[in-house]
Design a protein around this ligand. Sequence first.
Ligand code: HEC
Ligand code: HEC
Length: 411
Amino acid sequence: MSFLRTASRLAGALVLAALVVWMVHLSYTSKSAGVRPRDPALVKRVQINMGEVLESPLGLDPLPIPEGNPQTREKVALGRLLFFDPRLSVDGTISCASCHNPKLGWSNGLSVAFGVRGQIGKRSAPTVLNAAYSDTLFWDGRAGSLEEQARGPLMNPLEMANTSAGVVATLKAIPHYVKRFEQVFGRPEFGIDEVVAAIAAFERTLLSGNSPFDRYKYGGDTAALSASQVRGMELFRDKAGPNCAKCHRFDDFSADLTDFRFHNIGVGMDHPTPDTGRGAVSQNPEDRGRFRTPTLRNVALTAPYMHDGRFATLEQVLEFYMRGATSNPDLDPEIHRFELTPGQQADLLAFLESFTGTVGTPAGGGKRPPAADAGPAAPMPPPAAPPATPRATPPGAAPAARPAGNPPAGP
Ligand code: HEC
Ligand code: HEC
């Protein structure tokens, strides 16, 4: 009896497992039908819109796209214009790109950010590269999505110092924007929700991957790293030594180079009134002095370092970790002192350089989906006619090629 029961349970489980495998297979193949990847062995394909199948760069996971804000090429192009447009700030001087400059690893090269009227902010501007992978944004994780995040700088009195009404009124006074919003969202009215949706859609195309590290680790290119960098990689994950990979994580499939969690490594804890970071957001005493682990992608380009921009070079960052960071009662247990010879330090630093990748822009340069792939209910109708004025750059051109600062290429 009991044997029969076990056997029938086992059979049931097998049928269920087969069903799940079949369903996963079905959903994968139906999404990717009709599009040939560059190299199926190396590239993960990303479902960025119904029917629009694109590839995330080597070393990155498929990109999560929120259901409420599907990617379309037109929306990404609009978001890009907005990102580079200083007219979104209260006095027309500062755009998102002023602080997230493509030439400076999508950061700004400053310890703390400068906003409108030369005002000084409190924290360093992180890169926006691969921010699309994070469920919590800002150093303290106080925003839960890129859409929510984008409202922050627009309204922050120390940054762009505008209001929702101010941003929308400015854009509504520019006929070209009015037309674009209507093309993208399918109705003449728009508000701040549409503005931040478009900006977020653009940011989801700012993906850095395919670095020498990715080509070595995920692309099978053993020549992509030098011998010194390979030794540096071993040190990077040496638990008894530097232990960097504990928080700046990578695995056998992809590398976020962050664990997306909050840690106290003591930065700023030596200040008389420290920035308590996550603690101020969660109001949990355990979170005091914790900040979200930043990604190390393109880290060689995003100096200065830490939430307060205290270190100008990666050498200084490494010295800081070697002496056990800044001791304080809430220091993360994974942080400890370690010693490296000058040669080992050079190896580890050389390895950090290997995270500099190429910025892929899947949606910006997205292929048009075959009509049959568009799905039953494409959420965003395609524009009826091509945009009246040419795009700032041809679709497919990397935004990284944009000039620094606030390019005049707005509509
Ligand atoms: C005056 C400089 C400045 C401007 C302008 C600015 N930012 Fe930022 N940005 C920052 C700083 C500083 C932070 C970190 C603030 C914090 O953590 O408290 C940040 C954080 C971010 C993050 C979070 C990244 C992460 O990994 O958590 C994103 C995304 C971002 N900004 C996008 C934008 C967008 C979109 C705009 C335009 C609407 C914009 N920024 C305008 C300085 C700026
Ligand atoms: C316990 C988790 C943890 C470990 C271990 C760790 N880090 Fe970090 N790392 C962080 C956090 C958190 C920050 C941000 C701290 C802040 O700004 O307050 C950070 C910041 C950085 C930055 C600055 C990045 C930027 O954009 O400002 C670099 C570079 C860095 N770490 C490299 C390393 C290296 C190299 C190692 C190994 C020697 C290492 N980390 C070990 C959690 C960790």
